[in-house]
Design a protein around this ligand. Structure first.
Ligand code: TAP
Length: 517
C-alpha cells in the first residue's frame, strides 16, 4: 500500500489553458462560499463560541473570506483534554495504519488542489502558482512522512551480548501544540500536524489569526481522511491570548512552532519551565525568521545570479522565510549585478490582485505588515540608495511595490533586520572572505546562496556559511520536501528539518530493552 519510493508532486502548469480554466472554476466555486462561519473542532465536535475571527482578503480588504470561531481559554484547555484522551488509543495503532491515513489525506488534497489553492488566493492574495505549489508541497509532506513513519518501525542494529537479547525502538510521546505561520498555512500546517500524528501523537492546532479558514479546511480533510476526532483538534484564537496557556499546560509533551524569532524565543522559554504536575521536559521545535543572503562572487555567472536574486527576493512578495533579502556582491561585478537586478525586476515583477492570476506579486498579508514594511522602506531611504521601486495597483489592498536599495552599509538596519516583504538590500563587499563574514554576521541562519565559478570558494561556503539550507549557484527559495530538508540554525530555529529523514525523530522517544537469556 505504501509507495516504496517518494517523488515530489508536480506543480500545475498555468500556461496550459485547461489548467487556467480549472483554477478559474475553483475560484468561482470558492467565491460563492466566502463569508461562511466555521466552528472550532474539539474531540471531533464542532463548537461555536459567539466570538469570531474575521478573515479578510488582503488584496481587497472589503471581502470577508470567512468567520472562524475564536477560542476562549476554556476551549483551549478542552482541546488539550481531548487530545490527551485520544492519545490512549491512537498511540496503539500500527505505524502502517496511521501512515495509510496520511496517504488517504494526500489523495484528497491532490483531488482538491485547485480548490485549496483558491482559498489561499482569497485569504492571502497568493499568486496562483505559489498557492497551487503550496498544495503540492502539502501532498509531499504527507507522502514523505507516511513513508518515513513506516521506516521508523525498522529495528536499529545494536551490538549483542552472548547472553542478552537487545531491542531498540521508537514510541510516540503524547500531546503536542502546533502553532504554524500564515505564510504557508496549508503546507506547513499540514506537515507540522501530520508528521507528529503519523508517529502516534495527538495534536491541538492553533492556526495563525490571518489564515484560519484554510487551516479549518485542512483539518476538515484530516478528519475526512480518517484522523479520529481528538487526535487532531482545531482551536483558532489569538496567540497572545491563548498561546501561553497552550504552551505552558503540564499535559503538553511537545510544541511545534513556525513563525517569527521573537515569538519562537518566547515559546521556547515558556516551554522550558517545568509546571506543577508536569512529568517530562517538553520538546520544542521552533523554526523562525531569517535575513537570507545571496553572495555574488567575482567569478559568478551574472545572468544566473540576477535571475536567482529576483526570483528569491520577490516571489510571494518576499513573504517566504527563505526569501533573499540581502545581496552581498563582490566589487568587481557590483555595478553589473545592481543594474541587472533592476532591469530584470522591472521586466518580470508585477504587482496586482492574486485573483486575476496575472501579476507575480499580490498584496502583503495585513495592515501591520504593510505598515512595518513601509517603515523599513522609509528607513532604507535614509540608510542607502533607492535604485528601484515598482508600481502598485489602485486597489483597496495592502500592496507594496518591489523595492531595491543599493550601496547599503553592512550594518544598515535594512541589511540586518528581517523585513518580510518585497524589499531587497544590496551591499558591496571587497572580497569573498568579506562576503562570508558579512553573511555570518547575523543572528539568523536560515537560507543562503552563493553564485561563484570558483570551486574553492564554493567549498568554503559549504563549510563556513552559517545557514541550515545552503544553495550553490541557484536561488535561495523553492526547497522541495525530501530533496532539501528545511530548517535553519542560530536564531532561525531548532533545525528540525521539515521534509527530511530525521524530522519524525522530534516526536518520538527511543526505548532500549535488554533481556537476559
Ligand atoms: P508570528 O507572528 O510569530 O506568528 C506565528 C504563530 O505564532 C501564529 O500562529 C501566532 O498567532 C502565534 N503566536 C503569536 N504569539 C504567540 C504566543 N505568545 N504564544 C503562542 N503562539 C503565539 O509569525 P508570522 O508572522 O505568522 O510568520 C512570519 C514569520 O515566520 C517570519 O519571521 C518568517 O521568517 C517565519 N517563518 C519561518 C519559517 C521557517 S521554516 N523557519 C517558515 C515560515 C515562516 P497569531 O496569528 O494569533 O498571532
Amino acid at each position: 500500500m505504501l509507495r516504496a519510493t517518494f517523488t515530489n508532486e508536480p506543480s500545475a502548469d498555468f500556461s496550459d489553458p485547461a489548467v487556467r480554466d480549472a483554477m478559474q472554476a475553483a475560484l468561482a466555486k470558492v467565491g460563492k462560499e466566502l463569508g461562511r462561519e466555521f466552528p472550532l473542532i474539539i474531540g471531533g465536535e464542532r463548537r461555536e463560541t459567539g466570538n469570531w475571527i474575521v478573515s479578510t482578503n488582503p488584496g481587497n480588504t472589503d471581502q470577508v473570506v470567512g468567520k472562524v470561531a475564536k477560542a476562549s481559554k476554556d476551549d483551549a484547555l478542552d482541546a488539550i483534554a481531548a487530545a490527551q484522551d485520544a492519545f490512549k488509543e491512537w498511540r496503539k495503532l500500527s505505524m502502517v495504519g496511521r501512515a495509510s491515513v496520511l496517504l488517504r489525506m494526500a489523495a484528497i488534497v491532490r483531488r482538491k488542489r485547485f480548490e485549496l489553492a483558491a482559498w489561499m488566493v482569497y485569504e492571502l492574495d497568493k499568486p496562483w502558482d505559489e498557492a497551487e505549489g503550496e498544495v503540492a508541497e502539502a501532498v509531499d509532506f504527507l507522502e514523505w512522512y507516511a513513508a518515513h513513519a513506516v521506516k521508523l518501525t525498522e529495528r536499529a542494529e545494536l551490538a549483542h551480548l552472548p547472553n542478552e537479547a537487545t531491542d531498540y525502538f521508537y514510541q510516540p510521546i503524547g500531546v503536542g501544540i502546533v502553532i504554524p505561520p500564515w505564510n504557508f498555512p496549508c503546507a506547513i500546517l499540514t506537515g507540522m500536524t501530520m508528521g507528529p500524528i503519523a508517529v502516534g501523537n495527538t495534536v491541538v492546532i492553533k492556526p495563525a489569526t490571518n489564515t484560519p479558514v484554510i487551516g479549518y479546511k485542512m483539518v476538515e480533510i484530516m478528519l475526512e481522511a480518517g484522523v479520529p476526532g481528538g487526535v487532531v483538534n482545531f482551536v483558532a484564537g489569538s496567540g497572545s491570548e491563548i498561546g501561553d496557556l497552550l504552551v505552558e499546560d503540564p499535559r503538553v509533551r511537545f510544541v511545534g512552532f513556525t513563525g517569527s524569532k521573537d515569538v519562537g524565543v518566547h515559546i521556547f522559554e515558556k516551554a522550558a519551565k517545568v509546571q506543577k504536575g508536569q512529568r517530562w521536559l517538553k520538546r520544542v521545535t521552533a523554526e523562525m525568521g531569517g535575513k537570507d543572503a545571496i553572495i555574488v562572487d567575482s567569478s559568478a555567472d551574472i545572468d544566473a545570479a540576477v535571475e536567482g536574486i529576483v526570483t528569491s527576493a520577490f516571489g510571494f512578495s518576499g513573504q517566504k522565510c527563505s526569501a533573499c533579502s540581502r545581496v552581498l556582491v563582490h566589487e568587481d561585478v557590483y555595478d553589473q549585478v545592481v543594474d541587472g537586478v533592476v532591469v530584470r525586476t522591472k521586466a518580470v515583477v508585477s504587482v496586482g490582485s492574486g485573483l486575476e492570476g496575472e501579476a507575480s506579486m499580490g498584496a502583503v498579508v495585513d495592515k501591520n505588515q504593510y505598515d512595518s514594511i513601509n517603515k523599513y522602506i522609509d528607513i532604507g531611504k535614509k540608510e542607502a540608495k533607492l535604485v528601484y521601486q515598482g508600481d502598485v495597483p489602485d486597489a483597496k489592498g495592502y500592496y507594496v511595490p518591489p523595492t531595491i536599495f543599493a550601496d547599503a552599509p553592512r550594518s544598515a538596519r535594512i541589511a540586518c533586520e528581517e523585513i518580510f516583504g518585497p524589499v531587497l538590500t544590496i551591499v558591496k563587499v571587497g572580497s569573498f572572505d568579506e562576503a562570508i563574514e558579512v553573511a555570518n554576521d547575523s543572528e539568523y541562519g536560515l537560507t543562503g546562496s552563493v553564485y561563484s565559478g570558483n570551486r574553492a570558494n564554493l567549498e568554503r561556503a559549504r563549510e563556513e556559511f552559517e545557514v541550515g539550507n545552503l544553495y550553490l549557484n541557484r536561488k535561495s527559495t523553492g526547497a522541495m520536501m525530501g530533496v532539501h530538508p528545511f530548517a535553519g540554525v542560530k536564531l532561525s530555529g531548532t533545525n528540525s528539518k521539515a521534509g527530511g529523514p530525521d524530522y519524525l525523530l522530534n516526536f518520538v522517544e527511543a526505548k532500549a530493552v535488554g533481556e537476559k537469556l
